[in-house]
Design a protein around this ligand. Structure first.
Ligand SMILES: Cc1cc2nc3c(=O)[nH]c(=O)nc-3n(C[C@H](O)[C@H](O)[C@H](O)COP(=O)(O)OP(=O)(O)OC[C@H]3O[C@@H](n4cnc5c(N)ncnc54)[C@H](O)[C@@H]3O)c2cc1C
Ligand code: SF4
Length: 488
């Protein structure tokens, strides 16, 4: 373990941020990773408490006490080996994971949790700087071919694992660049996109082929969902050309707001707005970019996606930014004795909120109004929640000026037509039906076809997508070879 008395001696040291007035002027990352000395002290706080709840709280089961100890001893090279043994892309999670591991940290019961995510961030950034992250091509090729549909964290993790097991892997991505929501959705100021490019280079050196701009599926793909494809391949063709297929297409169907005035110009899904800024940051020309500049912006939906719309709108120079949430305001502090080691529901204020945003809870949008086809105001009412049921508070209607309304109320499911083109069964929520355990783990009802990530579990987190990609790779390897040495 780190230092036996470290947790008594040292307080948690957090990563620092560029001040909000400066960072809203650009789209680059603004978090400063821990110095070696601060990371060492943070590692020293780990108690190696016997039952590492953190390890269980982390969806990829990162071996957290071990890398904490190695960082305390400043053995960074061993630390990255431990970290990479469970997580293909710690530079993504070390930046944007909400860190359920820290909620589960034993020190979190009566003190501040060990800053596990910041240690992860420091380890992987040093590893890249030192040139320790190298391609690991398979020593033996199996002669088997695997297609991965979708290049988000689930598809990338599956592809990397399968290539390392010796299979010839091709990743098909309908958009013009690989990365899924890491690339188009998550703002550059939370995660710069060069991090994805660097991994793709590594994966190409390991033998993975990326085919971007290729849509796999049938007709009827929804027009409001990003699709930059120039070519279509049918599922039938893909199955004929490959020995196994992993569908990792995410859960792209956004939840809509069925209220009068929804059709007014100025009302968009978050995923019509956010990817445009990612593209502009990448140097692309985006004609008629949706801009919040000088506008009164209302973001509907209180989650991560909504927060990203807030941060992007402030960077555009919005006149005002308001965020509404239908659910009541959560408590500022959780009752730790009731919820530890689980993920608590509590008020979370993101760095984007700190940059300027008025937030309001228990608000339901009733309609949008405007003139000349353009939205001008939003009419809402306050609601109360009783026994899980929502009721409008009488006489609570109010209106707000709105030039841009961004819908960030989550995602309901994958695109149905894609699953239907494959003939894949759906569960009650419309996700691809596949178990995670047993002989048919990640295997759909269709011969040769597996599913992993948001397409199978529904809208989730990057770290869950990485876990599913890794586990699906093991399932595919076992299916192709009879057994697998890939980790679970
Ligand atoms: C705005 C936003 C912010 C988020 N912020 C965070 C965060 O801070 N932290 C966090 O942990 N999670 C966050 N999430 C959630 C996280 O991004 C997802 O859970 C994760 O990316 C899912 O990974 P995936 O690989 O399953 O799918 P995705 O990342 O959605 O990737 C799926 C890919 O498949 C492609 N595709 C789909 N269908 C086809 C087809 N038929 N043919 C070819 N290609 C296809 C898509 O174009 C896409 O590139 C955020 C989500 C959003 C929308
Ligand atoms: S991936 Fe997320 S949950 Fe796992 S150790 Fe890193 S920050 Fe914690």
């Amino acid at each position: 373990m780190g230092k036996a008395t470290g947790f008594l001696e040292f307080e948690r040291r957090n990563e620092t941020y560029e001040p909000s007035t400066a960072r809203v002027k650009h789209y680059k990352e603004f978090v400063f990773a821990l110095s070696d000395e601060d990371a060492k002290i943070q590692g020293a706080r780990c108690m190696d408490c016997g039952i590492p709840f953190c390890n269980n709280g982390c969806p990829v089961n990162n071996v957290i006490p071990d890398f904490n100890d190695l960082v305390y001893r400043q053995d960074w090279k061993s630390a990255i080996q431990v970290l990479h043994s469970t997580n293909n892309f710690p530079e993504f999670t070390g930046r944007i994971c909400p860190a359920p591991c820290e909620a589960a940290c034993t020190l979190n019961i009566n003190d501040d949790a060990v800053g596990i995510k910041s240690i992860e961030h420091a380890i992987i950034d040093k590893a890249w700087e030192e040139g320790w992250v190298e391609p690991q091509p398979a020593k033996h090729k199996t002669g088997k071919k695997v297609a991965v549909v979708g290049s988000g964290p689930a598809g990338l993790a599956a592809a990397q694992q399968l290539a390392r097991a010796g299979h010839a892997v091709t990743v098909f991505e309908k958009n013009d660049r690989a990365g899924g929501l890491l690339r188009y959705g998550i703002p550059d100021f939370k995660m710069e996109k060069g991090l994805i490019d660097r991994r793709i280079e590594q994966m190409e050196a390991e033998g993975v082929t990326f085919r971007t701009g290729v849509y796999v599926g049938g007709e009827g793909f929804p027009v409001h969902i990003q699709n930059g494809s120039r070519e279509t391949i049918s599922p039938k063709q893909l199955k004929a050309d490959f020995d196994a297929v992993v569908i990792a297409g995410g859960a792209e169907m956004p939840r809509d707001l069925p209220v009068p005035g929804r059709e007014l110009q100025g009302t968009y899904f978050a995923m019509e707005f956010l990817p445009q800024q990612n593209k502009v940051n990448a140097g692309d020309v985006v004609e008629h970019q949706l801009k919040a500049t000088g506008k009164h912006v209302i973001v509907i939906g209180g989650g991560d996606t909504g927060s990203d719309c807030v941060g992007t709108s402030n960077r555009h120079g919005a006149a005002s930014v308001t965020q509404f949430e239908l659910l009541p305001q959560p408590p500022e502090q959780e009752n730790k004795t009731m919820v530890w080691p689980y993920w608590p529901i509590k008020l979370r204020t993101s760095s984007s909120h700190e940059e300027g945003c008025s937030r309001d809870w228990a608000v339901a949008t009733k309609r949008l109004e405007g003139s000349n086809g353009k939205v001008e105001k939003l009419i809402a009412a306050r609601v109360e929640w009783k026994d899980g049921k929502m009721q409008e508070v009488p006489d609570s209607e109010f209106e707000m000026k709105a030039d841009l309304v961004l819908l960030a109320m989550g995602f309901v499911s994958p695109v149905a037509t894609v699953l239907e083109a494959f003939g894949v069964d759906k569960d009650a929520r419309g996700n691809a039906r596949a178990a995670t355990e047993g002989d048919r783990a990640y295997y759909t009802n269709v011969d040769k076809v597996f599913a992993a990530g948001d397409v199978r579990r529904g809208q989730s987190l990057v770290v869950w997508a990485i876990r599913e990609g890794r586990q699906a790779a093991r399932a595919v390897d076992t299916y192709l070879m009879g057994s697998s040495e890939l980790p679970r």
